[in-house]
Structures are given as C-alpha cells and as structure tokens.
Write a protein that binds this ligand. Structure first.
Ligand SMILES: Cc1cc2nc3c(=O)[nH]c(=O)nc-3n(C[C@H](O)[C@H](O)[C@H](O)COP(=O)(O)OP(=O)(O)OC[C@H]3O[C@@H](n4cnc5c(N)ncnc54)[C@H](O)[C@@H]3O)c2cc1C
Length: 414
C-alpha cells in the first residue's frame, strides 16, 4: 500500500493487537493505515521454516485457553487446521530423571504454591509471588523455573494480584501450519505500511502528527500497540510527553522466553509429542517438546535470567545448552543425532526487547493505566493492556478490538 500523508486512523504495530484493531475498523468507514517497523506482520507471532517440513513458531505457538481464544475463529475462517493434541508439559518421557512419584510430588507442591498465592491475593494487597514459596521446599527451584516459562521471569519479579487476574481455561491447542503463519495471513487482509518505524507521536496540534522512517503523516486518531519495553525506554516518543504511560509500561516489563529448534536423526527413538525437563532441582534448565506434530525435531524452551544469560552468550548458546541437557538425560548417542536449526533472540529484537509482559509486585493496576485512552485521540492496545489474557496472542488481538471500539465510540461522541 502506498504511504498516505493523512488518514483517519493510524495503528502503530502490526502484531496481533494492531491487526485485531485493523480488522475491527474495517467496516467503520474510517481510512486506516497500520504502521509496522518490521518487513512483516505478526510481531511476536512469527513462523519460519527451520528445515523442509519443519515449521518453527519462533514466538507464540499455543492457542492458550483455546475454548475462549478468538484466534480459533480466525483460524477456522482462514482454513488453518487446528491440532488438539494435549500439551505434554506435565509429562517426562521414559520417566528419565523424573519418575512419576516425583512428578506427582512436584505437582502437589506447585498446586499448593498457587493456592497460597491465590489466598494471599484475596486481601487485595500486592506482593512478590516468591513470598508464597514454602521455605525449604525442595521443589522451589523448579517452581521458579515454571515461572520463567509462564511469566518470562522468576517469582521475585511477579505480582500476585496480576498472577491471580490471569485467566487460563487449561485447554491448549496448536495451529498446524504455525501460529505466526496464521497471523501473517490475518495481516495480509489489512492496510499495512511495512518497514515504517514510528519515532514520534506529536499530539499537540489539531491532528496527530506521526514521524516515521518513511516520512511524516497526520491522523485524526491513533492506536498504539507496541510492546511495553519500547514505551518504557521511550524509543517511541510522545509530544507532549505521557509520563503516566511510561511509568505504567515500566511496571509491566517484558520478561524473556527463548526457543530453539533442533533436527533429530532417528526420530523413532523418541515418542511423538513427548516431553523432557532438562533437570529437576534447579531453575536454570530447559523444557523440551519432543517431536512436535510427530516431526523429526525437538523444540526447546528457556526462560528468565537463564535465557538472558544464554542470549548474551551469543548465537548458538541456546542450542548448545539444549543439546547438553538432552544428552545428559538420554545418553551420549544423542549428541550426533541432534543438529541446531534455529533459535530466537527476543531480548535482542529491537522491536520487541523481550517476550511477554508481567506486572512487577505493586504494579498490577498498571494494565488499566496503560490501556486508558488519552484525550479521545490516542488509544492503547497490546497484550500488556489485556486485563485477564495478558502475555498472550489472543489477549493482544482482543485488546486491539477493544481499542477500536473505544475509538469508534469517541468518533461518534466527539
Ligand atoms: C518465545 C515466545 C513464546 C510465546 N508463546 C506464546 C504462546 O504459546 N501463546 C500465546 O498466546 N502467546 C505466546 N507468546 C506471546 C505472544 O506472542 C504475544 O503476547 C503477542 O504476540 C503480542 O502481540 P502484540 O500485538 O501485543 O505485540 P507485538 O506482537 O510485539 O506487536 C507489536 C508490533 O509493533 C511493532 N513495532 C514496535 N515498535 C515499533 C515502532 N516504533 N514503529 C512501528 N512498529 C513498531 C513490532 O515490530 C510489532 O510488530 C509468546 C511470545 C514469545 C516471544
């Protein structure tokens, strides 16, 4: 689409949120452009072909809360097959290093931790989730490891009120061709300006002036859907400044989760959709999905400070760690059966700077602050603004729809 000089609505960011907003504005009669810094739509949803026949969702992969997930309907409309195989997260293939009795003991400890945190949240007072670990419980490091996958950070940085607000129906499905591929198809139906990085949103005048790497345009209204870390670092600036938004974004930083894809020789030696935890008595470990969709590969997942360390160690560090952990569990034969294909580096991604948001202790209320419109002209979307489905792709999409509804209401009551 050619770059316009003037539109009714500019949406900043073509991730799930921005695309959700664009779709919701389709029949509004308003002229719309989605300004996207990358050369593709989807943002933190991105599917690549890691090898022939092996799709790799570098970002989101699971349709969480699938029975309430609005992307399920989108997938059906766009003819993307959904796979309902249950996730193997609570299993350990071959019982290797983590037999069933130990797993049940761990799950009891994990559930008891969540119960204590939920009980504490009833007081309405916020605190760090780590306070609700049972002192001396041998499973604490592993409970913290789960937090690094779920929240992208350890429990000392997680607000219990925010944790309590998260909704999870426990149903998790996948998109066979990739969640990112679904988002790209969803985005292909939107008016996009790619390779267009927004640097300044000047809302001091009658119309909003937007400075971008492709030039300047004006808009009547703007929906901002960029990740919180970019607002917090002011890599996208507002004039006049919006200190309440910057503060809110700082309370909702993106934690880190990174994935690695390994090719697997002799795939029949491992079960389809199996699972391995790299270790059980420490927080610094990966979680490995064996042969997702039955394909000859293993997908590894690392989170929190350990993922930070691995990213900072440079390209290939995630794969090397994944292979070491798998070999330690399955034996040295596996070293020559595994080959690195691809890995993510979300902390180093200039347009994400992390993976998904969590509220710092004391900052659970910031999601509503970040979501609130400014002067009936600036609207805010993105996963971090979702009250209950934050950190997810469907939460992001729904937030875009919510921002679009607010914008339409403001347009009819100027
Ligand atoms: C490793 C990983 C695993 C995940 N797993 C899951 C999962 O299984 N299920 C799930 O539901 N969610 C998962 N998520 C989270 C999910 O991907 C995100 O919550 C969701 O995609 C965020 O959408 P968004 O629109 O809010 O933000 P984004 O997707 O980040 O979109 C924002 C867009 O703004 C653009 N942008 C940034 N700055 C500018 C600028 N200055 N100018 C113009 N454009 C700009 C970005 O390029 C981006 O395209 C995962 C994420 C990661 C990283």
């Amino acid at each position: 689409m050619s770059f316009p000089s003037s539109v009714d609505v500019a949406i900043i960011g073509a991730g799930a949120a921005g695309l959700g907003a664009a779709h919701a504005l389709k029949d509004s009669g308003l002229s719309v452009i989605v300004l996207e810094a990358r050369d593709r739509a989807g943002g933190r949803g991105h599917t690549m072909m890691a090898a022939p026949g092996i799709t790799f969702d570098v970002g989101c992969g699971w349709l969480h809360s699938a029975d309430e997930n609005s992307f399920v309907k989108v997938a059906r409309q766009l003819n993307f097959e959904i796979d309902k195989t249950r996730p193997p997260w609570r299993e350990q293939s071959f019982d290797t290093g983590f037999p069933l009795t130990e797993r049940l003991d761990f799950i009891r400890a994990l559930d008891a931790f969540y119960d204590r945190a939920e009980e504490a949240a009833k007081s309405g007072r916020d605190s760090a989730a780590s306070l609700y670990l049972e002192p001396g419980n041998r499973w604490n490091p592993m409970i913290d490891a789960i937090s690094t996958y779920v929240n992208g950070c350890e429990l000392d940085r997680v607000s219990i009120l925010d944790m309590d607000a998260y909704e999870d129906t426990g149903i998790n499905w996948r998109v066979r061709r990739g969640y990112g591929a679904l988002m790209a198809a969803y985005g292909a139906l939107c008016p996009l300006a790619l390779n267009t990085q927004v640097t300044l949103i000047d809302h001091s005048g009658k119309r909003v002036r937007i400075e971008t790497s492709q030039g300047t345009l004006t808009a009547g209204k703007v929906i901002v859907s960029v990740p919180t870390n970019l607002i917090a670092d002011q890599s996208i600036r507002f004039h006049p400044a919006l200190p309440a938004k910057v503060e809110a974004a700082r309370g909702l930083p993106l934690g880190l989760a990174d994935k690695v894809m390994l090719a697997l020789d002799d795939p029949e030696s491992l079960p389809k959709d199996g699972n391995l935890r790299g270790a059980t008595m420490r927080t610094e470990m990966g979680s490995f999905h064996l042969r997702p969709f039955g394909k000859p590969c293993i997908e590894g997942f690392f989170g929190g400070r350990f993922a930070q360390q691995l990213e900072h160690a440079g390209d290939g560090a995630l794969a090397a760690e994944a292979i070491d952990e798998i070999v330690a569990l399955l034996g040295s034969d596996f070293r020559h059966k595994l080959k690195p294909l691809a890995e993510s580096r979300w902390a180093h991604d200039p347009f994400a700077r992390g993976s998904y948001s969590h509220a710092l202790p004391g900052h659970a209320g910031m999601r509503a602050v970040l979501a609130a419109p400014v002067d009936g002209r600036l609207f805010f979307a993105g996963e971090a603004t979702s009250p209950n489905f934050f950190s997810t792709a469907h939460g992001a999409r729904d937030s875009g729809e919510r921002a679009a509804r607010e914008l339409i209401a403001a347009s009819s009551n100027p």
